[in-house]
Unconditional design. Structure first.
Length: 148
């Protein structure tokens, strides 16, 4: 099992793995978040391959993709990399998919077409959660007299 503190030591908090089969969405997100390192994957399988090599804490994935959809990817991430925070993208009329995503463990969602403010809000919500976990784990280690 991967330990949270080890992930934080080996990762930049300003890295996002973005998964979408739409090339235009990649260009749009990179333009919106030019102060972030955006790693692109165009399929669920490619995303899992990248996560095996380059660990990050945040994944943003579209739900609708060929072969492996975003829900299947989310479930695979939860199984292999449970600490990774996943934000899902979905068209606004796809409330059933959002429910499935939350049931599968999504941390947040962004409606398509996405706006910069919505993306930043979802990322900030996710970073707040990551920081809260980091503090809690640090406190637990302190109580046990171990170095975090």
């Amino acid at each position: 099992m991967i330990i949270f503190k080890d992930i934080l030591k080996g990762t930049t908090m300003k890295r996002i793995l973005f998964v979408d089969d739409d090339i235009t969405a990649h260009a749009l997100l990179k333009a919106m978040l030019n102060d972030w390192e955006i790693i692109s994957a165009h399929s669920g399988a490619e995303a899992l391959d990248i996560l095996e090599r380059e660990y990050g804490l945040i994944v943003i994935t579209d739900i609708h993709m060929p072969k492996m959809d975003g829900i299947t990817l989310l479930k695979a991430i939860r199984e292999k990399f449970p600490i990774i925070q996943v934000i899902v993208l979905s068209a606004t009329d796809q409330s059933q998919n959002l429910l499935k995503a939350y049931e599968a463990g999504a941390n947040d969602f962004i409606s398509k077409p996405f706006e910069r403010e919505d993306v930043l809000e979802a990322i900030n919500n996710t970073l707040t959660k990551i920081n809260r976990w980091e503090r809690a784990m640090g406190n637990l280690y302190e109580k046990k007299g171990k170095n975090w």
